[in-house]
Design a protein around this ligand. Structure first.
Ligand code: ZN
Length: 495
């Protein structure tokens, strides 16, 4: 038996000016991909373990993951797709793919749908199972190609391997019992806010995911998934959806319809109304004056690294400084020019420079860099090993890094956008984040498992970046309208 499995993950923010070339994926090919994937807590890892446990020969043509950014370059998509197709071409018994579901390429709005259609053209009858991210913008074209489909049930995401196990188990029954599963897809016309998708706390997404888990206990239902979707994507099918894989089409359709009805009924709960930045800064000052220990976290969700933000919008730091807050640690801010200036100056030098606000944001007003004066406190290569719960033990890098100490703030500047998902982001540059009074992070969710436990309070802050929660800022052209909450007349009749 020969099983082909691969991982290609990209969440595309079509409003982001950040390019997505092949190098952004840091792809590993063939034996290197197999070795890297085997022990990983990803769906790919689960697929490799499934195949090897069955004694199958495993081909892993590629594993490739890029942080969220703008549309994937055509040559990158073609290289990734070609590797997978070449591995399938000689023939195989099953195909298991670890995809995201919200990949847009320069030429294809539905990146995964295009990839899956090409695979189906080559291998029309081979069992094909796909694991997706909870933020996938799932399309009918994707679902039509799959025999088995499931997405994560957690956000922050911690169940990648379990999702792979669920998909692999269905494909296993196809191989062993000749099961021919059916997939259903329902897409009520609604955009949800990422900040309303936390599955750890009471709220609409936790309720929806629990309903999906309950649906999986129904006779014949094999996998039921609520996709929150990724709303910062201008394509026809962006938004929430439901998929169900079941033993029969009738069972799949019924469960998917019921789950979608529940989503639509809860649509107002999926709307996040952001506070003006001035209110958030005032809330931070109040928290500083109140009880508790550790820093106040200011989460800059308008320029969130893991949604395609440029990580150089300076609104929150500027407002905090303006308000007279001291003891700030902020970063990482992506500004390669500032890093070069600080490295050239050397540790201990006093420097006045502009930081951030360098990348033009399509459709959004351009701000000037934030001018600051301070002492170069640390310089480094920006590399560290994750010690926290997300991607534990992984070696990470943010390009070269530097810390400028202005007195009121220590600003960590890096050459690449980088998610503050681990204390090592700061400790690698000599900063103990627990010692800050205020910690400004370009993050909305990934930072929370690590930074919330050391914080006295969390304050979400709006800024004028390409990951703003104010969807009215963005020039949607392809999105199917009307859609809730952008359009007052959005309506839906369940299928
Ligand atoms: Zn996600």
């Amino acid at each position: 038996m020969r099983i082909v499995t691969a991982r290609v993950n990209h969440e595309t923010n079509t409003f982001s000016p950040l390019a997505t070339p092949l190098s952004a994926f840091s792809p590993l090919w063939g034996d290197e991909a197999l070795a890297a994937g085997r022990d990983a807590t990803t769906a790919l890892g689960a697929f490799i373990r499934f195949a090897e446990a069955r004694g199958a020969r495993v081909a892993v043509p590629v594993t490739a993951h890029a942080n969220p950014s703008g549309p994937v370059a055509d040559d990158a998509f073609e290289a990734l797709a070609a590797a997978i197709l070449e591995a399938i071409r000689p023939g195989c018994d099953a195909i298991l793919l670890d995809l995201h579901g919200a990949m847009v390429t320069e030429s294809h709005d539905d990146g995964e749908g295009e990839l899956l259609a090409r695979i189906r053209a080559l291998a029309p009858n081979v069992p094909l199972g796909v694991a997706l991210d909870l933020h996938g913008n799932v399309t009918p074209r994707m679902v039509a190609q799959c025999d088995a489909l499931a997405g994560f049930k957690t956000y922050p995401h911690v169940d990648m391997a379990e999702t792979g196990d669920r998909v692999a188990a269905i494909v296993g029954r196809m191989l062993d019992e000749g099961l021919r599963p059916a997939c259903a897809f329902v897409h009520p016309p609604m955009l949800a806010h990422t900040l309303r998708m936390d599955t750890r706390v009471p709220g609409p997404m936790r309720d929806a995911v629990r309903a999906a888990s309950a649906a999986e206990a129904r006779p014949g239902v094999l996998a039921a998934t609520i996709f929150g979707g990724f709303s910062l994507a201008d394509l026809r099918e962006a938004g929430v959806s439901v998929t169900v894989t079941a033993e029969t089409q009738a069972a799949a359709d019924a469960a998917a319809r019921d789950l979608a009805r529940g989503l639509w009924a809860a649509r107002r709960d999926f709307v996040y109304t952001q506070a003006p930045l001035a209110e958030s800064i005032a809330a931070a000052k109040a928290a500083l004056a109140g009880p508790g220990h550790g820093p106040v976290l200011l989460l800059d969700h308008g320029d969130n690294c893991m949604s395609g933000g440029t990580c150089d919008v300076m609104d929150v730091l500027a407002a905090a400084l303006e308000a007279g807050i001291e003891g700030i640690v902020a970063g990482p801010i992506c500004d390669p020019a500032a890093v070069a200036t600080l490295h050239a100056a050397g540790v201990g030098a006093t420097v006045e420079l502009g930081i951030g606000n360098r990348v033009p944001l399509p459709g959004l007003a351009r701000q000037a860099p934030l001018t600051v004066t301070g002492t170069v406190a640390a310089l480094g290569d920006g590399r560290y090993v994750i010690t926290g719960p997300t991607y534990t033990d992984q070696l990470c890098g943010m390009g070269r890094a530097a810390v400028l100490d202005t007195g009121a703030a220590r600003i960590l500047v890096a050459e690449q956008p980088h998610e503050p998902w681990d204390l090592g982001v700061f400790t690698a540059s000599g900063i103990d984040p627990a010692g800050a009074r205020v910690l400004i992070l370009k993050s909305r969710m990934y930072c929370r498992p690590v930074f919330e436990p050391i914080a006295r309070a969390v304050v979400e802050c709006a800024s004028r970046g390409v990951t703003s929660s104010d969807y009215g800022l963005f020039p949607f052209e392809k999105l199917a309208r009307p859609i809730f909450p952008l359009d007052a007349d959005a309506a839906w009749t369940p299928p």
